[in-house]
Design a protein around this ligand. Structure first.
Ligand SMILES: *Cc1c(COP(=O)(O)O)cnc(C)c1O
Length: 434
């Protein structure tokens, strides 16, 4: 299958090219030319299949022409070696817990899949040269990418993060790993880190010296695999006799996660409609209301992984529906919440049901509470474990929530980082010496 750019000014790319390049040369996002549908029989028996079996069927339909099936199966099975249970929170509302992976958030899925797919393509090329992945992070992306790529041979990862601006829990998840993961602590802000990475990709001398690639969330290998758990969510609902009028509600920032779900829907997944739940960053919400897409500077909120003022995957959704506001707004509805509303939701949900929401999932839960019709069943994506935001969650619900052992283990590790100024020249000098 070939991939085209949403800007329509770049050549068609193979999956391999799209994965290695990340962004298309015309700065557009890659889109699959066709989205193969899953057969009807697949959905008739989907509830009898495991998460891995379901994902492998979807992966074959989408990537099966470009990756040998035995290898694809290994990649899928290795990526999804944890459960994604749909937990009943109350009548008609389920939480799809995407936080049982290595760093306790949904980005683990895309990061690991991309790492293994990149490794597959590197092996096929049979070159000795190490591929260097550069990633700038404000917290969560760095941990997912670092853990996804850990010990994947042929690849070295450099995580650039702003000193003193990520939480201790987040920092421990990418600074304590060692092996093929190097953390670079930048004396600056997230935008500096991102600029350093962008400059590195554009620097001719550096690119002749070493092979560089990005693990940005716009990469097709990171965003498409997120569709797998939407199919599994449907299977879990169907197993309970619910296979109609299912609404999926997705806490959204860059819109990669919901975009993957929509690709699932295009390939036949029987979801009735979607809700995109935003924090105070309401650009998409506004677009749904008035048809105008007006990016803004991002606003800081307690659901900070969704603090995005110009969601990159909007371009994919827009392209998929040929720019039709009518089609987009009839499939997806929106919601937006202030920090006070998010906190209120977390408190009330805990008091009523004992279920502990994280600030991101809280947006999804609340949107279902407000918008679900009596005949519908809602599934919201709980995108991170509440303990990842322990300080905030404890303060809001008035409890001392337990930190899962996996997270505690990171926090016991020894922090190792390379300290650096926010000057690109210093970063380049460092890389040129490798
Ligand atoms: C990244 C992230 C989101 C937003 O996902 P998008 O794909 O960017 O819309 C939501 N919640 C958490 C916990 C995240 O880490």
């Amino acid at each position: 299958m070939k991939y085209y750019s949403t800007n329509k000014k770049a050549n068609l790319a193979s999956l391999q090219e799209a994965v290695v390049k990340g962004l298309a040369p015309d700065k557009g996002l890659y889109m699959p030319e066709t989205i193969n549908k899953l057969p009807k029989e697949f959905f008739e028996h989907i509830e009898e299949l495991s998460f891995q079996e379901i994902a492998f069927e979807v992966a074959k339909a989408w990537f099966g022409d470009d990756v040998e099936h035995t290898e694809l199966k290994k990649i899928v099975y290795d990526t999804l070696a944890f459960d994604v249970p749909a937990v009943k929170v109350e009548d008609n509302i389920y939480s799809l817990e995407l936080f049982h992976g290595p760093t306790l958030a949904f980005k683990d899925v895309g990061a690991r899949f991309m790492a293994r797919l990149l490794q597959y393509f590197i092996k096929k090329e049979n070159k000795e040269q190490t591929v260097n992945v550069l990633v700038a992070t404000s917290g969560d992306t760095g941990s997912a990418v670092a853990n996804g790529f850990l010990d994947v041979d042929g690849i070295h990862v450099y995580v650039l993060y702003p000193k003193g601006k990520v939480s201790n829990i987040q920092e421990s998840q990418f600074t304590t790993l060692g092996h093929n993961i190097t953390a670079i602590e930048v004396d600056g802000v997230f935008d500096d880190c991102q600029a350093m990475v962008k400059n590195a990709f554009m620097d001719t001398e550096l690119n002749e010296h070493m092979k560089l690639t990005s693990a940005n969330s716009i990469n097709v290998a990171r965003f498409l695999p997120q569709a797998f758990y939407y199919f599994y969510a449907y299977a879990q609902m169907k197993k309970q006799g619910i296979d109609n009028d299912i609404v999926m509600c997705v806490p959204s920032g860059n819109f990669g996660n919901i975009c993957a779900g929509i690709f699932g829907w295009v390939s036949g997944l029987p979801i009735k409609r979607f809700i995109a739940a935003n924090n105070a960053n309401d650009i998409f919400f506004k677009y749904l209301q008035n048809g105008k897409y007006e990016p803004k500077a991002s606003i800081q909120t307690i659901a900070n992984a969704m603090d995005v003022g110009n969601p990159s995957n909007f371009a994919r959704i827009y392209d998929l529906f040929e720019g039709s506001h009518q089609r987009i707004s009839s499939l997806i509805s929106g919601a937006t919440y202030t920090d006070e509303q998010i906190a209120q939701t977390m408190k009330k949900c805990y008091a009523d049901t004992k279920y502990i929401l994280d600030p991101h999932g809280a947006c999804g839960y609340q949107a279902l509470k407000e918008q679900l019709q009596p005949n519908e069943v809602g599934v919201f994506l709980e995108t991170a474990h509440p303990a990842k935001f322990k300080e905030k969650v404890d303060a809001i619900i008035g409890e001392d929530i337990t930190i899962p052992e996996r997270l505690q283990a990171f926090m016991r590790g020894t922090k190792q980082s390379i300290k650096m100024s926010n000057r690109f020249e210093e970063f380049k000098e460092y890389l040129m010496k490798l």
